[in-house]
Write a protein of this length. Structure first.
Length: 268
């Protein structure tokens, strides 16, 4: 079973392709968070996690899933003998995210056997110096991700262990444990989200929010609740580029991944 989360859609592409190649079932992490329960996992069934790197650390929604998992009965806890793996997407690098995930998995009885990262187009735009990639860089990344996932799938089918094929980048410890800490402490609030007069109340942002965190007021203007994981799907899906995050996103671009093919994907 592959537990997956995706905001803008990069990790969804990876999770769906990986499921097709490994013949594994898919289970949305957002469903775990919304229902408050973990599904039954088959005996001997491998468990994979696919999600994006946020601030060189785990997304808030993944942390919530792990906290729910820790309260489940022993029958739903993982074991060290089960094959557990991680595939995380990132725009450039991951820091020590794999170590953070290994610790989270250990807290529910399991052991992370292998971990991989997949470079995808950048989506984070809420700080100075951060923007979407140029079209040239975007297309280069998109030309490589499928072969990367195929390589990973082969190793997963072989149940290969001890592989830490992660793009940590420079100063990974500093990025995860210092900058990542600051990011999750002070850059996770949805309060700076605003809409301009260009908003046409098309509901694209409402549909894009996988956590159901966006609602409309009586005038059809989007309002953000507190259940936000800062995936920025609302910003990137806005057809009129009306959504901003304070002053930090002024003049910055949008990105949406290509749609996946209509191949059959194993579902829950």
């Amino acid at each position: 079973m592959i537990f997956w989360f995706s905001g803008t859609g990069n990790s969804r592409l990876v999770a769906y392709r990986l499921a097709r190649l490994t013949h594994d079932r898919l289970w949305p992490i957002a469903r775990v968070c919304n229902s408050g329960s973990i599904p039954q996992i088959g005996e001997g069934e491998p468990v994979g996690f696919v999600f994006p790197t946020y601030g060189w650390d785990l997304p808030k929604v993944v942390r919530k899933m792990m906290s729910i998992w820790r309260t489940e009965p022993a029958s739903l806890q993982l074991t060290k003998s089960r094959y557990v793996y991680l595939v995380t997407t990132c725009g450039d690098d991951t820091g020590k995210l794999d170590r953070r995930m290994a610790k989270a998995i250990a807290s529910i009885g399991g052991q992370l056997k292998s971990a991989w990262s997949v470079i995808m187009p950048n989506t984070y735009i809420c700080l100075p110096g951060f923007d979407v990639d140029s079209k040239v860089v975007e297309q280069k990344k998109l030309s490589l991700w499928q072969s990367r996932v195929e390589e990973i799938a082969k190793l997963i089918l072989q149940r290969r262990e001890g592989i830490w094929d992660i793009t940590e980048g420079h100063l990974p410890w500093l990025k995860t444990y210092v900058l990542g800490f600051c990011f999750h402490q002070w850059m996770m609030s949805p309060k700076p989200f605003k809409v301009s007069d260009q908003c046409i109340s098309c509901n694209a942002c409402v549909r894009a929010c996988v956590l159901g965190n966006i609602h409309k007021d009586d005038n059809g203007i989007p309002l953000w609740g507190g259940n936000c994981t800062m995936c920025l799907a609302c910003y990137h899906h806005c057809s009129t580029h009306s959504i901003s995050y304070g002053k930090w996103t002024v003049g910055k671009g949008q990105y949406l991944p290509p749609k996946e093919t209509n191949e059959q994907v194993p579902q829950d």
